[in-house]
Design a protein around this ligand. Structure first.
Ligand code: ATR
Length: 259
């Protein structure tokens, strides 16, 4: 009997994710008998459906708004998932957070000297800051549209990173003090521009958005090293495949580069 590994991504609303495309292509190329499906659930049905899903899938990814809701249905969650309050990967009823590892590995070879300015205060921001913390960064400036959310993050990272929180109105002036700028918000997904003017003293601009945003274009035109969100996705995907014990480095790299 051929056993087909069933994997999937719990999501709402319905969409075709980058993961679905790339993982299915990867399974074809590796001859792994597996399928990766979009599992679309309305949040109000989550508690009725989640147990069956956990029983029927070999491996899962979890997206917003389910990353927090899924904790109580699992046997265990690893340390980073507990700290971040978010699970994005499941195997054997254990929850993991691989978002921060995706960020960590995508920036591992960069020099993180100088002032780091981070924009945002959402789930992605927490993953990014946890990655920076694990890379030894002990001080950053944080700006978010909603000031109180940035203060919450400052408290979460108490004793891990010294976070200076500034008002959103300071963004454009603060960029002049920054050597590294990291956008962790969704601004740019629909081609919106972040209200800042970059300068060529910046060593690195990191944008978590997959698309080629106005921020990335401006940064590239100034000759600043620019990292796009696809890198974060790629490295967290590798971590997921490792957790599911189905990682083949060469094939995954080829499939990713082709798509
Ligand atoms: P995720 O889990 O992907 O990080 P999130 O938790 O909803 O998503 O966070 C989205 C982030 O993008 C927040 O920092 C949000 O700012 P607020 O906290 O003020 O909502 C930020 N964001 C989204 N659209 C924005 C906009 N047009 N201008 C400024 N910030 C924006």
């Amino acid at each position: 009997m051929i056993v087909i590994l069933r994997l999937g991504i719990i999501q709402y609303p319905k969409k075709i994710s980058l993961s679905e495309k790339i993982f299915n292509e990867y399974f074809k190329k590796t001859n792994i008998d597996a399928i990766y499906e979009g599992i679309n659930i309305n949040p109000k049905d989550f508690e009725f459906k989640i147990k069956d899903i956990l029983n029927n899938y070999y491996g899962l990814n979890v997206t917003v708004p389910f990353k927090e809701m899924v904790f109580k249905y699992l046997d265990y969650a690893n340390e980073s998932a507990v700290f971040l309050g978010a699970i994005n990967t499941i195997h054997n009823n254990i929850g993991y957070n691989t978002d921060w590892i995706g960020f960590y590995n995508s920036i591992l070879n960069e020099k993180l000297d100088g002032n780091i300015l981070v924009l945002g205060a959402g789930g992605t921001t927490k993953a990014v800051l946890y990655g920076l913390y694990k890379l030894g960064v002990d001080k950053i400036t944080l700006i978010n549209r909603t000031y109180e959310k940035a203060i919450k993050i400052k408290k979460l990272f108490y004793k891990k990173i010294d976070i200076k929180v500034l008002e959103f109105s300071k963004l454009n002036s603060e960029i002049n003090n920054a050597n590294i700028f990291i956008n962790t918000t969704s601004i740019g997904m629909f081609n919106e521009k972040i209200p800042i003017k970059l300068h060529d003293n910046l060593n690195l601009v990191y944008d978590v958005i997959y698309f080629h945003t106005p921020l990335q274009k401006e940064s590239e035109s100034l000759g600043i090293k620019t990292i796009n969100g696809k890198n974060m996705w790629y490295h967290q995907a590798i971590q997921n495949l490792k957790i599911w014990n189905i990682y083949d480095e060469n094939i995954f790299e080829k499939v990713y580069n082709n798509i």
